[in-house]
Design a protein around this ligand. Sequence first.
Ligand code: FAD
Length: 391
Amino acid sequence: MDSRRKPAVVGGTAGVPDIEAAARSCVRTGDVWVFVEQRDGIAAEVSLELLGRARELAGRLGVKVGAVLAGAGEAVRGLAPALVARGADTVYLADHDDLAQYLALPYARLVAGLVRRQRPQIVLYGATTTGRDLGPRVASALRTGLTADCTDLRIGDLELKGVVTRDLLYQIRPAFGGNIIATIVSPEHLPQMATVREGVMVMPEPDEARTGEIVDVAVRRGSVAAADGPILLPDGDFAVRVVRRVEEEKTVDLKGARIVVSGGVGVGSREGFALVEQLAETLGGVVGASRAAVDAGWIAHDHQVGQTGVTVRPKLYVACGISGSVQHRAGMDQSARILAINSDPGAPIFSVAHYGIVGDLHKVIPLLIKAYRTKGSAAVAGAASAAEGGA
Ligand SMILES: Cc1cc2nc3c(=O)[nH]c(=O)nc-3n(C[C@H](O)[C@H](O)[C@H](O)COP(=O)(O)OP(=O)(O)OC[C@H]3O[C@@H](n4cnc5c(N)ncnc54)[C@H](O)[C@@H]3O)c2cc1C
């Protein structure tokens, strides 16, 4: 195990945990679960991405993939087979009017109740507003650990004081402001749980030939429980009522874009972003930004690429006046092709760029636009080297 992957241990709940004893007694035979977030019968993309990774993890462990799906009516019911096609072996479907809208307390009660009965060894959530709300509540109810905002998940071993614990979930995420990549494990508690960032895992293609089981989960409003009866949702869990749902249109779809042209501090001003927008429009792409440009108020947060923004994997990523901090690179270094324009030849962005232009973006971008408009995409690389000489 290289030092980058040396796991830190989390998940103790009372006093100093006897890790060795707990690790020995923790029998990890359960399945790998994904909580599937849905709205109007449409699954969140991150949930489908997680099903793909859950398949890989379950394959390593020799167990099955479970999907937890909650909601009300035909829309949510209709989604279940699609989850099988994306990798679930079992869909635990809780279809009940009281689950029509996501509410923290009833949903946490449902997921914790199901976990107690089925005992999965891993439960994954998208690091969305819902996942970040739900995951910690379930962790608290089950007295287990949870790593927030993971960017990678793997299976590996832990050696601690001579005791080797096999097949733990490595919960990998940037830490200390993104300066290190931490690998976190939870050897003494089950299930191992993590929220995972959107867009960092590849979404599996649906395989309509896959077969799986759809298990109806009995749910009832009330408080007198029987061990194997329905999962009960007490009235007290409905202290919050959804009065109205207001959906704000996204100003940009960075995740789905084939070409992203991003601007950073080097752009110089809000007005300077017009040049970045022109290049994006010319190439048929969308506009992204570094956090520093967002913080300066030059562009809306929806456009931010990076650790605390959106993770993108376009065919082409153009970084204009962006230094390439580790936090920015975390959101774009999986792009198929990266072109960096920067006046500083030592800028870290060049370490991940496939093509680099050292020069003033205010001179380089107009040349690129002109070259593309007159000669097409094949000419951009040529224009790039011309710009490099002239800028
Ligand atoms: C917890 C945490 C999370 C963060 N999350 C994110 C995130 O999600 N996304 C993100 O981007 N950052 C994030 N950051 C901030 C990050 O550390 C950097 O501060 C930020 O990315 C810098 O933005 P920048 O590259 O635009 O600015 P700078 O680092 O200031 O770089 C500007 C670059 O422009 C170049 N330049 C200047 N003038 C010109 C010109 N005329 N032509 C060409 N090049 C020029 C300079 O040489 C320089 O390389 C995060 C930080 C922390 C601590």
